[in-house]
Design a protein around this ligand. Structure first.
Ligand SMILES: [Zn+2]
Ligand SMILES: [Zn+2]
Length: 269
């Protein structure tokens, strides 16, 4: 199910992401590689590698943005919850299911309500404006891949800028303006890479701490995850990244069933 939230903050963050990545690509190709590696095979190799990371970054971002994060479908007939202590006489589909008074339905364990998405999301981690979507059971993998690609691209850009200072720039020697423009773009792209790089690496670390402790961000705040039995780390990673070969975990594609499919709720049954 392709979805897109009408959230101004989400629109702004997505445009900013695209602008920042395309600006970094422009600077690296036009002002770093073309100025210092023109005619060399290394120049072509770096253009290819840098743009391959950008392609994977955009693909994982698009899947994180447009994927269903794990919306719990609304029942065919909603229950009237007159007060929060009553379940209206209805019986939960299973013992461990809880009530969402906003959706007026029972929801599976680990599902939480997102006020921006206006739905209960399975294994909801948090709502992220950078993907204009919730991070939940079905798209956490793409979200983490997006973070890792942004981190990798930032480090790559900083390395290329740093390396370019030790290389002759033919255009810069002839024209002072070319030299000044290159310096300005290099400083801007380095600052951008440091800022975004540190930001995404911090969030990625939080994500992996959450996966290994088997607790989503919501559960950490509400202190709901500590009672769960401990599982091996590889099994916890496979729950997020799929049961395919671990090499495939870094690619933005579907690799084996990662989640359970819940039946459509119908309280008449
Ligand atoms: Zn809900
Ligand atoms: Zn949400």
């Amino acid at each position: 199910m392709a979805i897109f939230r009408k959230d101004p903050c989400g629109f702004f963050c997505i445009l900013m992401t695209y602008g920042a990545v395309l600006y970094a690509d422009y600077v690296v190709v036009r002002w770093i590689i073309l100025q210092t590696m023109q005619g060399s095979l290394w120049g072509s190799v770096h253009v290819f590698l840098f743009n391959t990371i950008i392609l994977l970054l955009f693909l994982s971002h698009a899947r994180a943005v447009f994927s269903d994060p794990g919306i719990v479908p609304l029942p065919t007939h909603r229950i009237e919850f007159s007060d929060s202590h009553s379940d209206g006489g209805s019986i939960a589909p299973r013992e461990d299911w809880t009530i969402c008074t906003r959706c007026e339905m029972y929801r599976p364990p680990r599902a939480h309500h997102c006020r921006i998405c206006k739905h209960c999301i399975r294994k909801m981690d948090h709502h992220c404006p950078w993907i204009n979507n919730c991070v939940g059971e079905r798209n956490q993998k793409y979200f983490i891949q997006f973070l890792l690609y942004v981190g990798l691209l930032s480090m790559y850009a900083v390395c290329l800028v740093a390396w370019s200072w030790y290389t002759d720039c033919q255009g810069c020697a002839k024209d002072k303006r070319i030299h000044e423009t290159r310096v300005l773009h290099s400083i801007l792209v380095s600052m951008e890479s440091f800022l975004f790089g540190l930001f995404v690496i911090t969030i990625a670390c939080d994500q992996f701490v959450g996966i290994f402790s088997d607790e989503t961000m919501v559960e950490q705040v509400k202190k709901q995850g500590s009672f769960r039995p401990r599982k091996p780390k590889l099994a916890l990673l496979a729950e997020v990244f799929g049961r395919g070969h671990p090499v495939m975990w870094v690619f933005p594609c579907e690799t084996g069933q990662r989640y359970t499919v819940e039946p459509i709720l119908n309280y008449d049954v």
